[in-house]
Design a protein around this ligand. Structure first.
Ligand code: HEM
Length: 118
């Protein structure tokens, strides 16, 4: 079986770096940062770690379903798009190759229906 990108990029250490970078981008973006205004930091970190680990195919996620986690937010395609853009930028910034980035994006795209309009 093909190694996950998670392993390829260096596991936990790499995740921590991507999370840090992604977090800064999301909170600096007025298109999405208001969603996180009332989010506590632990939750914030969990969100990002789960998000990145999932995106990199490294972790089995056993928390709330995506529909449940985003219930009541009525997220729109532009919010999802913004998040994906930041994820791509963080991966690129940390030296991940274009092909691998595309793989991550297609993985994340499969979650869209579970997350939008809830
Ligand atoms: C593939 C895309 C996404 C994944 C995998 C994902 C993952 C998650 C997870 C695992 C949680 C639950 C955290 C917890 O309760 O412990 C969560 C909550 C949340 N997500 Fe996402 N998310 C995605 C997209 C988005 C988008 C597009 C937005 C908004 C721009 C967003 C905003 C939030 C917010 C505000 C919470 C709740 C935080 C709180 O309870 O205060 N997420 N997400």
């Amino acid at each position: 079986m093909k190694d996950s990108l998670y392993q390829k990029l260096g596991g936990k250490e790499a995740i921590a770096q991507v999370v840090e970078d992604f977090y800064k981008r999301v909170l600096a973006d007025e298109a999405v940062n208001s969603y996180f205004l009332h989010t506590d930091m632990d939750k914030q970190r969990r969100h990002q770690t789960a998000f990145i680990s999932y995106a990199l195919g490294g972790a089995v996620y056993s928390g709330k379903s995506m529909a449940e986690a985003h219930k009541g937010m009525n997220l729109q395609p532009q919010h999802f798009g913004a998040i994906v853009t930041h994820l791509k930028a963080s991966l690129k910034h940390l030296g991940v190759g274009q092909e691998d980035i595309e793989q991550v994006v297609s993985t994340v795209a499969t979650l869209q229906d579970d997350i939008l309009y809830k």
